[in-house]
Design a binder for this molecule. Structure first.
Ligand SMILES: Cc1ncc(COP(=O)(O)O)c(C=O)c1O
Length: 399
């Protein structure tokens, strides 16, 4: 894909990576080099994916997982772009600072904090209308906080049905849920679980969750919306759609498992791209090497291009094991090794690229989708997105 620098900038709306103020220790205005890697966000693709998910789940509400800096998109960027959709019921993050960034950015929809917190954090969250995900005996702390801030604390309860990570064990969760439900300080907005994504065991996990929930509901306990399905569940487990779904990766238009690409359950369009400009083009003579430890040796005279993007930007080291980068309309193999700030691609016997050309590590086009990079070199699509350096410039290229 070729675009002049000028038309590219015209089409772009630069958004700050995190939507917040610059860090306190940054004393100079930031100036990127035009060669520096950047991230493009396709707002139209994001909307398309929300529509696909909403159709798939028969119009159930979607709790959008935008943790880990909005899967690389920038947590506030993701929320700002998703919030207008009526299908989006709210947002889920793991870090308290992300939840606070969202409120500071003016996000008004419900926010679920899925990560841990102490009592001070809990009070801060409650004051900012951020719902904690709870699974321990926090009832007395919630009473204290509710008294102090003069409002009930909305929350979701997490039940562990077998993932063994966080959550009240399903065999013991009933007493915690009854306790929380009985407190005036608390409003249970949701009850949730996470699958192991082992298709057979997922059925047993769902059985455990449904059995716990239905026995509590028979007692009259209000559980709020029950939710469990991540992107994997959207494809594999319609029984787990429950009252609300909780996907991340599918919203960003990326198939979390390669086999889902051909399943025709949803047509997802990647909404994220990592790009940089070719910094240098040179010819290696037969026998000359490239990269640390001379990882690549030219078998014949060959042109190579150096891209100023590396693992410090979030482009994984394993890209050197088979990934291809798009420059113009061609895909070129990554060679040698990916270092912190450099990637080298093999161009061939002709100098068919030039300094300043746009190089696309991944985008939405067939052949250079994140899933293509993932299957070529083994990098997980979660690593490709969530490890993108938060300091890279994000640009929304369509609205
Ligand atoms: C608790 C929880 N729910 C939902 C998700 C969304 O998962 P995915 O991105 O696979 O849809 C995650 C992400 O790992 C998660 O940790």
């Amino acid at each position: 894909m070729k675009a002049s620098r000028r038309s590219f900038l015209k089409a772009s709306l630069a958004l700050p990576a995190l939507g917040g103020e610059p860090l306190a220790f940054q004393t100079h205005a930031r100036t990127d080099s035009s060669f520096d890697p950047w991230i493009e966000i396709r707002a139209d693709n994001l909307r398309h994916n929300v529509g696909e998910i909403h159709r798939r789940v028969e119009l159930r509400p979607i709790l959008a997982v935008i943790k880990n800096n909005g899967y690389g998109m920038g947590v506030a960027n993701a929320a700002r772009l998703l919030e207008p959709s009526s299908a989006i019921a709210g947002f889920a993050v793991v870090k308290l600072h992300e939840a606070i960034t969202l409120r500071d950015a003016g996000i008004r929809k419900p926010i679920l904090l899925m990560g841990p917190f102490d009592e001070k954090n809990l009070e801060e969250a409650a004051r900012r209308n951020i719902m904690p995900m709870v699974y321990t005996s926090v009832g007395p702390a919630l009473d204290r906080i509710s008294r102090k801030i003069q409002k009930t604390v909305s929350l979701h309860i997490c039940v562990d049905t077998g993932i063994g990570r966080v959550g009240a064990p399903h065999t013991q969760a009933a007493s915690l849920i009854r306790d929380l439900a009985s407190r005036k300080s608390v409003r249970i907005q949701g009850t949730m679980m996470t699958f192991t994504e082992d298709s057979d065991f997922d059925k047993e996990q769902l059985r455990r969750f449904n059995s716990l929930c239905s026995s509590l509901e028979k007692e009259g306990v209000k559980l709020g919306r029950k939710h469990a399905a991540s992107s994997f569940g959207l494809f594999q487990n319609p029984d787990a759609f429950l009252d609300m779904v909780r996907p991340g990766m599918a919203i960003y238009g990326i198939y979390s498992e390669n086999e889902f690409r051909s399943a025709r359950v949803m047509e997802l369009r990647p909404a994220l791209s990592l790009k940089a400009r070719v910094a240098y083009v040179k010819q290696l003579r037969k026998g000359e090497s490239a990269g640390y430890n001379r990882a690549y040796a030219a078998k014949s005279d060959v042109w190579v291009a150096t891209l100023p993007v590396g693992h410090a930007d979030g482009w994984p080291r394993v890209a050197a094991k088979g990934a291809r980068v798009r420059i113009g309309s061609e895909l070129y193999p990554v060679i040698a090794s990916v270092s912190a700030s450099h990637t080298i691609v093999e161009i061939g016997s002709e100098a068919s690229v030039k300094i300043g050309d746009i190089a696309t590590m991944f985008d939405w086009q067939p052949g250079s989708r994140p899933e293509d990079v993932s299957s070529a070199c083994g990098a997980s699509v979660y690593d490709l997105t969530m490890h993108l350096n938060p300091l890279l410039t994000r640009k929304v290229i369509s609205s």
